[in-house]
Ligand binder design. Structure first.
Ligand code: NAD
Ligand code: TYD
Length: 369
């Protein structure tokens, strides 16, 4: 049976991976609703351009009238809501956009979905029964872990630390309230740090690859001993599709890669892979790792994130395919092979951000691979 999936934020890093995965399913049509902020790039979906099952709608999820129109026009069976402001450092510099998109935008989309679903119950009760609203969130809502063995479970209390994670926590609360109060059939996933192709080069992994290739310093915040649980983006995309199509309404699923690595180790592994895959170093660079530079710590920096993903593994049979070693190798190779994509996404706005954020600490402007 044909199903229409409305993906918000489909031009972003994870959303584009979800769409590339969805169009492989013959029974799915995809509507991508994206505002195309600095982080949204249709270049990441160029393979979709001529696919008749794919439609792009250039819109802001905070625009209530347009969101109502989108539901009325496309009659989705499933919503996968990924649109968000997603970078912690930017949320520290300017939280307003995070409040607007992550909280007000989620509220606006929930309301449009609720009105649509309530009408559907009258006009097409079977379709209304199948309807799902899947909200894509982060493990950062749980705050951080200080013990070496603790893991975030689906019942860990919320304790967000940054404006980003607080805005995502707020949006999770709204989604639960819309389920409990109005009965909207929602699902929530909370995932750990992703990495992989098409990742905007302000985040740790792509920034390090591109800076190293340009002979620029590799800025490690604080002592680099913070731990993240890294998941390859395609593993996340497969998990999201499983939850959206097979998950139980009202449930939350944690998603993680069982790959806990300190930030310093991530940067060192990137350097090792570059030694192997790109031995022709920039002038003046003897070893890529010599570029590692410890810089001022991030305010409120979370110490450790680690996910207990046993619920999604047990109940939905999802397991990650990539280890950190295999996924990171693919990622480094992808950035080495896709200088054109990097060139096109690193606009003037991106260069301004890098200059503002790292300017005083010796990291130059954008790197073009
Ligand atoms: P991203 O920043 O790469 O992409 C976000 C997308 O949303 C962009 O295409 C952007 O144009 C779009 N967008 C932003 N504001 C919008 C608005 N007002 N209206 C419509 N579109 C808008 O983010 P990502 O890394 O792909 O993250 C996607 C989702 O997954 C987010 O909700 C994020 O919180 C969550 N998440 C991310 C990670 C991670 O490691 N990146 C981990 C767990 C959860
Ligand atoms: P990031 O990719 O911004 O993801 P998040 O903050 O959502 O975890 O950062 C990952 C980790 O890397 C985080 O602990 C901050 C650290 N980091 C650096 O040490 N240097 C950098 O230049 C960046 C961007 C991040």
């Amino acid at each position: 049976m044909h199903r229409t999936v409305l993906v918000s934020g489909g031009a972003g890093f994870i959303g584009s991976a979800v769409i590339r995965e969805l169009v492989d399913l013959s029974w799915v049509g995809v509507v991508n609703v994206d505002k195309l902020t600095y982080a949204g790039n249709l270049e990441s979906l160029s393979s979709m351009a001529s696919d008749s099952r794919y439609t792009f709608v250039h819109a802001d999820i905070c625009d209530a009238a347009t969101m109502r129109d989108v539901f009325q026009t496309y009659h989705p069976d499933v919503v996968m809501h990924l649109a968000a402001e997603s970078h912690v450092d930017r949320s520290i510099d300017g939280p307003a956009a995070f409040i607007e998109t992550n909280i007000v935008g989620t509220y606006t989309l929930l309301e449009a979905a609720r009105v649509y679903w309530q009408n559907l119950k009258e006009s097409d009760p079977e379709k209304a029964k199948r309807f799902r609203f899947h909200h894509v969130s982060t493990d950062e809502v749980y705050g951080d872990l200080h013990g070496g063995e603790d893991l975030f479970t689906e019942t860990t209390p919320y304790a967000p630390s940054s404006p980003y994670s607080a805005s995502k926590a707020s949006s999770d609360h709204l989604v639960r309230a819309w389920q409990r109060t109005y009965g909207l059939p929602t699902l929530i996933t909370n995932c750990s740090n992703n990495y992989g192709p098409y990742h905007f080069p302000e985040k740790l992994v792509p920034l390090m690859i591109l800076n190293a290739r340009a002979g620029k310093s590799l800025p490690v915040y604080g002592n680099g001993q913070q731990v993240r649980d890294w998941l390859y983006v395609e593993d996340h995309a497969r998990a999201l599709i499983k939850v959206a199509t097979e998950g139980e309404v009202g449930e939350t699923y944690n998603i993680g890669g069982h790959n806990e690595v300190t930030n310093l180790e991530v940067v060192e592994r990137v350097c090792e892979l570059l030694e192997e895959l790109a031995p022709d170093k920039p002038d003046g660079v003897k070893h890529y790792r010599d570029l590692i530079t410890f810089v001022a710590d991030r305010p409120g920096h979370d110490l450790r994130y680690a996910i207990d993903a046993s619920k999604i593994e047990r109940e939905l049979g999802w397991v990650p395919r990539e280890t950190f070693d295999t996924g990171l190798r693919k990622t480094v190779q992808w950035y080495l092979d896709n200088g054109d994509w990097v060139e096109r996404v690193t606009s003037g706005a991106y260069r301004d951000w890098v200059e503002k954020h790292y300017g005083g600490q010796g990291v130059g402007g954008a790197n073009h691979g």
